[in-house]
Design a protein around this ligand. Structure first.
Ligand SMILES: Cc1cc2nc3c(=O)[nH]c(=O)nc-3n(C[C@H](O)[C@H](O)[C@H](O)COP(=O)(O)OP(=O)(O)OC[C@H]3O[C@@H](n4cnc5c(N)ncnc54)[C@H](O)[C@@H]3O)c2cc1C
Length: 352
């Protein structure tokens, strides 16, 4: 009999773990609360243009992630930085042109969008192996295994691996057997990367900024956008600008944010900036499957990869994974893959 592993969450951590554990010979099932896979990887298709409203870049030092891309035949391309950048220092000044220094670390994007990694990883999954709209509510340590209850059903496994960000896990899932108090304390003080960010993307018919000798890079001390980049595709036939908005705008309406961006776009690019096909955004602190109401300030990456996450819980039947538990590049996609490899090795050593 194959050992059954239930994975909580179908972000890049959960999907990668499912892929690795299935290949290693385990029976797997992934339970995802949302109606889509991906979690903080969110490539949205707007007509024929794909825009990244979640993770976008990887870097040459992301060794584990690059290895996975190679294994899946996924190609990368350099973030376009050719041309001048614009910087808005104060509200009463026009943005100034400047040249970005050449010796910057190169950021890479995935040809076809970041979600291509997930699409490749799930290729051999059966319908039963990945279940959407299954929000996990309760974990019971039973005599024979471990039971996971969702709003609609109950599932039994030999081991459960959670990839729910730790702070959300201990505040949204009920454990009928007491969890380690140290784990609860650390999880409550573990930062979830980018949970307060607002990402936006604006789709255009033509890359007018390139025609003006601009790279599409824009920085602003004023806002609403604080940084912005060219987001045209690898084939260079779909065009967009993409960036981050000031997080303080999260409680305003989408219409208000868009209106404010229009004023800033006009300041940066004149009329061309307003001639867009579509405005897209994602306010991550309104995403209930990432965040919960909580006023604690936690420093970025605080407690990521803490030693408590490397332990097993509920007599070896419960393991905590996910990017924030990784000792290497916690919070990033690289961390998700690195930790996935560790947990796979741990389960292989134990059962196979
Ligand atoms: C705007 C933004 C930009 C980013 N940019 C980059 C970048 O450029 N490069 C980079 O490397 N990283 C970036 N990141 C970080 C990267 O996205 C994350 O490191 C990575 O996606 C985390 O994957 P994960 O699977 O560990 O967690 P998540 O993606 O958060 O997945 C957790 C999953 O658990 C599900 N879930 C939650 N609660 C439950 C429940 N009760 N029951 C069942 N399922 C549940 C969620 O719906 C989610 O699908 C960015 C993140 C954001 C938000």
């Amino acid at each position: 009999m194959k050992k059954k592993i239930i994975i909580l969450g179908a972000g890049i951590s959960g999907i990668y773990l499912g892929y690795k554990l299935k290949k290693a010979g385990f029976s797997i099932q992934i339970l995802e609360a949302n109606n889509r896979i991906g979690g903080r990887v969110y490539t949205k298709k707007v007509n024929d243009t794909k825009v990244e409203l979640g993770a976008t870049w990887l870097w040459r030092y992301n060794e584990a992630l690059l290895k996975v891309c190679k294994e899946l035949n996924i190609s990368l391309f350099e973030q376009n930085m050719n041309g001048d950048a614009l910087f808005e220092s104060a509200s009463n000044n026009l943005p100034q042109r400047f040249k970005v220094p050449k010796n910057q670390e190169i950021s890479y994007r995935i040809v076809g969008g970041t979600a291509t990694i997930l699409d490749e990883l799930i290729k051999d999954f059966t319908e039963d192996e990945i279940q959407l709209n299954e929000k996990v509510l309760k974990i019971d340590d039973t005599k024979t295994g471990i039971k996971v209850s969702t709003e609609k059903s109950a599932f039994i496994a030999d081991v459960v691996v959670s990839t729910i960000p730790p702070q959300l896990l201990v505040n949204s899932v009920l454990f009928t057997s007491e969890l380690d108090t140290k784990l609860i304390q650390i999880a409550n003080n573990t930062h979830t990367w980018m949970k307060d960010s607002i990402k936006f993307a604006i789709v255009y018919k033509t890359p007018f900024w390139k025609e003006q000798g601009l790279s599409g890079v824009g920085y602003s001390n004023v806002g609403p956008f604080t940084e912005m980049y060219d987001h045209s595709n690898f084939e260079n036939n779909r065009f967009a600008l993409m960036g981050f908005l000031n997080g303080a705008l999260s409680n305003e309406s989408k219409e208000n944010r868009e209106k404010k961006i229009q004023e800033q776009l006009f300041k940066f690019f004149g009329k061309d900036g307003l001639n867009y096909l579509s405005y897209e955004e994602k306010v991550w602190n309104k995403e209930g499957f990432l965040n919960f109401e909580n006023n604690n300030f936690i420093n970025p990456h605080f407690n990521n990869g803490h030693s408590v996450y490397q332990k097993e819980f509920l007599k070896g039947k419960f393991i905590i994974a996910g990017s924030e538990t990784s000792t290497s590049y916690g919070g990033y996609m690289e961390g998700a893959i690195y930790r996935g490899n560790e947990v796979t090795a741990q389960l292989q050593n134990k059962f196979l």
